[in-house]
Design a protein around this ligand. Structure first.
Ligand SMILES: [Zn+2]
Length: 165
């Protein structure tokens, strides 16, 4: 299959920017914008339990992508109480299994960026089966470069993930 990506800007080499220290506050940090999760500005959860909520993305190219957030307002892995950190492993395995059950998925990648909001959340992104050029760190780049699908399609896929949890 050949595909052109006419909407891509040409790549322009650039030097690293000046370092900004201290870094600006993230969403949910003092002095920063409010936490979107706590203020209910995110997509509705398609699945939840007493510790976690699972959400579809808005604006994405890979149906089956979901993000998992802690109900507790904590920031990083190292802020999770031991019991919640252990529970993360249990729930992450369920999410991965549920995404694989969609079919057509080569691997499920798990990303924890943490630069946008000060609230613990992790992305699960399916690498399409056979799309080896999207292996490893290339998957989020391809996810960004490919045309977005409708948000309704992302939400529908996330509901199928939720149903398989
Ligand atoms: Zn929050």
């Amino acid at each position: 299959m050949s595909m052109t990506l006419p909407y891509l800007e040409p790549l322009v080499p650039r030097d690293p920017g000046e370092r900004r220290i201290p870094e600006p506050p993230r969403r949910g940090e003092e002095g920063g914008p409010p936490c979107r999760i706590c203020s209910g500005e995110t997509t509705s959860a398609v699945w939840s339990d007493e510790n976690w909520t699972l959400h579809p993305p808005i604006g994405g190219s890979l149906p089956g992508a979901v993000w998992l957030a802690s109900r507790a307002h904590v920031d990083s892995f190292c802020d999770l109480p031991d019991e919640l950190a252990a529970d993360f492993g249990r729930v992450a395995a369920r999410v991965e299994r549920a995404i694989l059950a969609l079919g057509g998925v080569g691997r499920v990648h798990v990303y924890r960026w943490g630069d946008g909001g000060a609230h613990f959340h992790v992305w699960f992104i399916p690498r399409p089966l056979g799309m080896l050029e999207a292996s490893g760190m290339m998957l989020p780049l391809w996810e960004d470069a490919l045309p977005n699908v409708a948000d309704e399609e992302l939400a529908a896929a996330a509901k199928r993930v939720a149903a398989a949890m």
